[in-house]
Write a protein that binds this ligand. Structure first.
Ligand code: HEM
Length: 433
């Protein structure tokens, strides 16, 4: 692993990213349980409040928690800019969990006040995140295109949350905006492409060469993608605001969609295939799953907007959230959490005492099971949406919960295997996180 470019001395305490990561498996287990209980009812149309709630367990509970937690880690370590008032992050993690729970409960049970409370808590969480992290990103001098990409992604996050709050208010009060479809299109474009796509793309330029020893991502492409993705999706939001017809909004977001789901995956595939040292790494399988799902996601997005084919919108959301972004997030957690844990627990004593190899903290065989069950969930869920088969839908729910449990198992077992022991001559304080 090549960590030469990292400012590891700036790393926040381990419990900062972990307080966010803890929520991700829980959200998957709850989403799986809801699907197992409700079956195809949840997969009939994306307009149902139940389905919207279920989608947000994925976008906020699973992806959002991991992405926010990782930014607290990456902005100082990768960009070299320390985040002020870092302890506020614990409050943000709590508000994110409470807000997501209230929003999901409010939409599922039709309780307007809970929906409103959820949206308000989420707004406060995102502002509490953006003020310090945004300040650090604005002040940062290093980081190149990754920094530009991160800035664009967090700007999209702010815009999408404001639109989300407006839509949630509409659900709670019955006063949905007249141009609801346009608002929704802008919210989804900002969320899945600008925020999730922009961040995963910018971060992959750092983590893929570092963890998998590929050549660096071409600089020209880094510059183009880091600006194109936020520019195109933010333009879509502005067009929605000035009430341009839906087709204009979709055309504005199209370059970003192509960049995230076609150009970036092609470039990444080439880099991974051209590696000289092809070490076996089970976490790479998650990237392959994501790379396979990217063009399918783009195809479903185009079908959802150009045709009346009923499964297209749901398939698009499912593949984007669990197949593409979810696979990257799950795979990166199984790679980064052992790295962070080892780094925090053992760096100070490496050479002074016997420390376990990083690989021992989360064995390959365990990661392979996480990948198998995650992939099975994506395949079964795709078939369930295509066939509207109730048994398959409930089976997908069971598999999704199992994916969440396996992810929780990976996180907890990594921490347990790295429990600090106090070797002779080393102060206990040097082993604390
Ligand atoms: C404060 C946070 C958020 C709130 C309050 C919120 C609220 C909403 C609401 C009320 C809808 C339904 C709109 C309608 O019925 O017209 C919706 C849809 C959607 N949102 Fe969010 N959202 C938030 C964050 C996010 C994030 C971070 C993402 C993606 C990363 C996201 C992705 C989506 C998607 C894909 C849909 C479409 C769901 C469907 O059609 O079933 N949202 N959001």
């Amino acid at each position: 692993m090549n960590t030469a470019t990292l400012s590891t001395d700036q790393a926040p305490p381990l419990n900062i990213p972990l307080s966010f990561y803890a929520f991700a498996p829980l959200a998957l287990v709850v989403a799986g349980t809801l699907l197992a209980a409700q079956g195809t009812q949840l997969l009939t149309t994306h307009w149902l409040p139940h389905t919207i709630a279920w989608v947000h367990l994925g976008t906020l509970g699973f992806l959002g928690a991991v992405m926010l937690g990782s930014l607290y880690q990456m902005v100082p370590v990768v960009i070299g800019a320390s985040v002020p008032a870092i302890r506020v992050a614990h409050g943000v993690a709590l508000l994110l969990a409470l807000g997501t729970t209230a929003l999901v409960a409010g939409l599922t049970l039709g309780i307007g006040n809970a929906t409103l409370a959820g949206a308000a808590l989420l707004l406060v969480a995102v502002l509490g995140f953006l003020l310090p992290v945004g300040t650090a990103l604005l002040r940062a001098a290093g980081g190149g295109a990754t920094r530009t990409g991160m800035r664009g992604a967090v700007l999209c996050l702010l815009a999408l949350v404001l639109i989300g709050v407006r839509l949630a208010w509409g659900h709670a009060t019955g006063a949905l905006p007249e141009a609801r479809t346009s608002w929704l299109a802008a919210h989804v474009a900002l969320g899945l492409i600008g925020w999730v796509g922009g961040l995963l793309t910018a971060v992959s330029w750092q983590v893929v060469p570092m963890f998998y020893l590929t050549q660096p991502f071409p600089l020209t492409w880094q510059r183009i993608l880091s600006q194109l993705v936020p520019a195109s999706t933010l333009l879509a939001a502005v067009l929605a605001l000035v009430q341009v017809p839906l087709v204009g909004i979709l055309l504005a977001a199209l370059p970003a969609a192509i960049a995230v789901w076609l150009v970036q995956p092609i470039l990444l595939t080439r880099l991974i295939l051209q590696r000289r040292r092809r070490r076996r790494d089970p976490t790479l399988r998650f990237w392959w799953l994501a790379l396979a799902c990217s063009p399918l996601t783009l195809t479903c997005a185009v079908l959802a907007f150009l045709t009346d084919w009923p499964p297209a919108p749901l398939l698009f959301g499912f593949l984007a959230i669990l197949g593409w972004a979810g696979a990257i997030v799950h795979g990166m957690l199984t790679r980064i959490v052992p790295f962070l844990t080892w780094f925090h627990r053992f760096t100070a004593v490496a050479g002074l005492a016997e420390v376990p190899p990083m690989k021992q903290l989360l064995p390959d065989a365990q990661i392979a099971w996480n990948w198998r069950v995650h992939t099975a969930t994506v395949v079964t869920g795709t078939l369930a949406i295509l066939t509207q088969n109730d048994v398959l839908a409930r089976l997908t729910g069971g598999l999704m919960s199992a994916t969440g449990l396996l992810l929780a198992g990976a996180l907890v077992s990594t921490l347990l295997r790295a429990r600090p022991t106090c070797p002779k001559g080393v102060a206990q304080s040097t082993l604390a996180p």
